[in-house]
Design a protein around this ligand. Structure first.
Ligand code: IPM
Ligand code: MN
Length: 372
């Protein structure tokens, strides 16, 4: 397959982790005989430094002319610490989501069996966790009218949703639930928010067309608690932009590290793939950031084009790295492997997937032989 992929490295650790995802895509090309072309473009603080604009027109054009976009991370401390900044790097990402109409963020929260010990939750609670968050991505409080009074003492952000915005993502979430464990949980604050009550009305109506899916509602505060107490109860979570942002970070934390989970941001015409995590500027350039979320984002990209065997090859190689303890310090504090070494190992194992099939991973670290 020929694919034209736009690379948006962005800020902070974005370029480092994205480079590892590209290594893995190149390994897939070599192993499965595909032909991907990569075009890099700038976004975020980097783009602001170059052009004054966090989403230059040229970047948008490149994205629109590609089959898919692989995104790094965005944001720098310089702007985080300055509430008066008129333009912020994050606006580049938000504008891109809006301009490409990427209204649905799909964020799978799945524990790697190898990482059970790394979860802050007890083993028996986290074991078997496998749910996916459908986060509305181009509406709600993120995009409503923002106001600051002339004297700078009062501010507001409007949270607005239309039936159209709710129903298009609801259909995607129901379809996903239908193909999974047939349960859909809508997370909202319907006891307080008018928008949440509109979500409930529309989603329950749409639910009539998906009789095989059990629909339930959970208030967001309770949902945050339930994700800690019993994450296994969830299958598909459907929620708005802000709750989805918060719950997805919580989801990645319970899996052992924020550096692990990928996401797909999908619209009717375009698709972008990005880690859950942020730009972690504090360690930029130190070769210690975990590249796995970015690498698994590349796997989601392949899935999107039906290249499921190829995506699986990436996942298997990631799993192998984790089993062999070839991971960054967030997972293994004593690790001497950096971002690029983990990327090298995973990409190499996509190519040589047959090699060491006889390896007994269970025995690693136990001081026993690893050869069966
Ligand atoms: C995410 C990020 C973004 C968001 C930021 C960088 C604007 O946290 O994709 O979850 O809030 O959507
Ligand atoms: Mn977030």
């Amino acid at each position: 397959m020929n694919l034209n992929i736009t690379l948006l490295p962005g800020d902070g650790i974005g370029p480092e982790v994205l480079a590892q995802a590209v290594k893995c895509l190149q390994a897939v090309e070599e192993t499965f005989g595909h032909n991907f072309t990569y075009t890099e473009a700038s976004i975020g603080a980097v783009a602001m430094d170059q052009t004054g604009n966090p989403l230059p027109e040229e970047t948008l054009e490149i994205c629109k002319n590609s089959d898919a976009i692989l995104f790094g991370t965005i944001g720098t401390l310089k702007y985080d610490d300055n509430p008066d900044a008129k333009v912020r790097p994050e606006q580049g990402l938000l504008q891109l989501r809006m301009d490409l109409n990427l209204f649905s963020s799909i964020r799978p929260v799945k524990i790697f069996p190898t990482l059970l010990e790394k979860s802050p939750l007890k083993k028996e609670i986290i074991l078997g966790t496998d749910f996916v968050i459908y986060r509305e991505l181009t509406g709600g409080i993120y995009f409503g009218e923002k106001k600051l009074s002339a004297d700078g003492t009062v501010a507001s952000d409007l949270c607005q949703y239309s039936e159209r915005e709710i129903s298009r993502i609801a259909h995607l979430a129901f379809k996903a639930a239908k193909n999974r464990k047939q349960k859909l949980t809508v997370v909202d604050k319907a006891n307080v928010l008018e928008t949440s009550r509109l979500w409930r009305k529309i989603v329950s109506k749409i639910g009539e067309s998906y009789p095989e899916v059990t629909l339930e509602y959970l208030l967001a505060d309770n949902a945050a608690m339930q994700i800690m107490l019993n994450p296994k109860q969830f299958d598909v979570i459907l929620t708005d932009n802000l709750f989805g942002d918060i719950l997805s970070d919580q989801g990645s934390a319970i899996c052992g590290s924020k550096g692990l989970l990928p996401s797909a941001s999908i619209g009717n015409d375009y698709a972008m793939f990005e880690p859950f995590h942020g730009s972690y500027t504090q360690v930029q350039g130190q070769n210690i950031a975990n590249p796995i979320a970015s690498i698994l984002s590349a796997a989601m990209l392949l899935n999107h084009f039906g290249l499921n065997e190829e995506a699986q090859a990436i996942i298997v190689a990631v799993d192998k790295a984790l089993r062999k303890n070839i991971s960054t310090k967030d997972i293994n504090p004593a690790s001497t492997y950096g971002t690029s070494q983990v990327g090298d190992f995973i990409s190499q194992n996509i190519i040589d997937s047959e090699e060491d099939l006889n390896f007994n991973y269970e025995n690693i670290g136990l001081g026993k032989s690893t050869i069966i």
